[in-house]
Design a protein around this ligand. Structure first.
Ligand code: UDP
Length: 473
């Protein structure tokens, strides 16, 4: 009934369904994109799995969104990915059930005065384009990695990326136009395991295979951040920059009241975090988070813990199951109340924390959203990348954008406490800290400019909006 009311008299408004993979790092940018479309007068609906929608409504208290939500199925409506026997089984099931239920969703809307005119889909959901083509509507693929990372996948798919190998070992750096020379351990991890390909790599290759026949492809980044790369890729792909997808209150206030993504999969402990941060001096706190997916080894958690302790600065650490993961002596050593050395919470509203004046350093796994958020809010970073695109993002944070330091692993793959301490000290008062802060402020300004009226990302989004409005008339 509510939806019917909403649709009344909106027959001429283009309707965009935005389909996202059910992970926090995908929901956030795609929902943000849907909100922007809605703010420009389009009807926008976010479609994701049943189980994910249930978590969102349970954990999200302040929904600022003007976007509608609709479920589709991955075949595991009662529990999502956790119920699948393997990643391959999950992806296959999602492909079959997702295609069927997205088709049904589009058909359902076709009987209203708000038929679907366009589907924007997450790059992980390669099957959506087949559904879109059946209906003859506009399809837009949305990349959730940096354009630099995408360019490596694109070149691999085109047969232009090969690794110089000798006796089974990669012997030198890769040189691709528009990118700095890349060592093997600086590439996305899916490329660094050629003998043991991840199911994700197969999916990514399928995506780039399809890219040739696609008119619309967007990337959550901005032109100035990756200028050289974008120039090197002209004519090789249709990718356009539309980011950063960060709620507008943190950038330029374009959408009134847009202070959070509005779809949290876990309950944030906002009040506790903000009250505690309020007691700390400006730029004093180290914020530590490894995103929603990374699972650190016990040894790595221990090294981070003692590294943080030895820095002797207040820290706010997001860690699921802290009692299970942290050494007992560490937990008892950090004390309690406002005088404690640090606090550990299981989830927070990361943007709220990064935007707080007390935060002076972001110890991050360099997931792409976290990296963009750090850049957009001018928070100096220490990268402790784990897998996927994170090592390449960490390299760019240190070497290309100059907004932080990449804390390096030892031969056993662990970032030791001494390296954690050295890196954090470097960005919080060390020799390079002044330059890092200046760069951070410069990139924040560029991010705000890109997404503000007349900016490069703004224009690219408007290009789609105008196209859809013209189609409708
Ligand atoms: N995030 C959050 N609270 C936390 C940790 C993370 O809201 O305690 C958000 C963060 O702002 C980001 C997303 O979760 O938008 C994580 O995405 P990212 O690409 O950084 O990492 P992933 O979870 O995909 O590894």
């Amino acid at each position: 009934l509510k939806r019917k009311k909403m649709n009344q008299g909106r027959g001429n408004v283009p309707h965009v369904v935005v389909v996202t993979y059910p992970a926090q790092g995908h929901i956030n940018p795609l929902l943000q994109f849907a909100k922007i479309l809605a703010s420009k007068g389009l009807k926008a609906t976010l479609a994701t799995t049943h189980y994910t929608l249930k978590s969102i409504t349970t954990n999200t208290t302040t929904t600022t969104t003007t976007v509608g939500f609709e479920p589709i199925s991955d075949g595991y409506d009662g529990g999502g990915f956790e119920l699948a026997s393997s990643l391959e089984a999950y992806l296959e099931s999602f492909r079959a059930m997702g295609s069927k239920t997205l088709t049904e969703l589009i058909m359902k809307f076709s009987e209203t005065d708000c038929p679907v005119t366009c589907v924007v889909y997450d790059c992980m959901l390669t099957w959506v384009i087949d559904v879109v083509r059946q209906f003859g509507i506009v399809g837009v693929v949305f990349m959730t990695n940096s354009a630099s990372v995408c360019s490596l996948y694109c070149r691999l798919n085109r047969g232009e990326l090969s690794f110089p190998v000798e006796k089974g070992k990669v012997i030198s750096t890769i040189k691709m136009s528009g990118l700095p020379p890349l060592g093997f351990s600086e590439m996305p991890s899916f490329l660094a395991q050629p003998g043991d390909p991840s199911p994700y790599l197969a999916l990514i290759m399928e995506m780039f295979q399809l890219l040739d026949g696609i008119d619309w492809a967007f990337c959550n980044s901005f032109q100035q951040l990756e200028t050289e790369l974008m120039e090197a890729m002209v004519g090789l792909w249709p990718l356009k920059m539309v980011g950063p997808m960060v709620p507008s209150a943190y950038l330029d206030q374009q959408i009134k009241g847009d202070t959070s993504y509005g779809a949290s999969l876990w309950k944030p402990t906002s009040y506790k975090c903000l009250r505690w941060l309020d007691t700390k001096p400006q730029h004093a706190v180290i914020y530590v988070s490894f995103g929603s997916m990374a699972s650190l080894s016990a040894k790595q958690v221990e090294e981070i813990a003692w590294g943080l302790k030895s820095i002797q600065r207040p820290f706010l650490w997001v860690l699921k199951e802290p009692e299970k993961k942290l050494p007992k002596e560490f937990l008892s050593s950090i004390g309690e109340g406002e005088t404690e050395a640090g606090i550990v919470v299981t989830w927070c509203d990361q943007l709220e924390v990064l935007a707080h004046q007390a935060v002076g350093c972001f110890l991050t796994h360099c997931g792409w959203n976290s990296t963009l958020e750090g850049l957009s809010l001018a928070v100096p970073m220490v990268g402790v990348p784990q897998w996927s695109d994170q090592p390449m993002n960490a390299k760019f944070v240190e070497e290309v954008w100059g907004v932080g330091v990449w804390a390096k692993r030892n031969d056993e793959g662990i970032v030791m406490r001494g390296e954690i301490e050295r890196s954090v000290r470097e960005v919080m008062g060390g020799e390079k800290s002044g330059e890092i802060k200046r760069n951070a402020l410069k990139w924040r300004e560029a991010a705000v400019k890109a997404i503000s009226t007349g900016g490069t990302s703004y224009k690219n989004i408007d290009g789609l909006v105008e196209f859809l409005k013209a189609e409708k008339n």
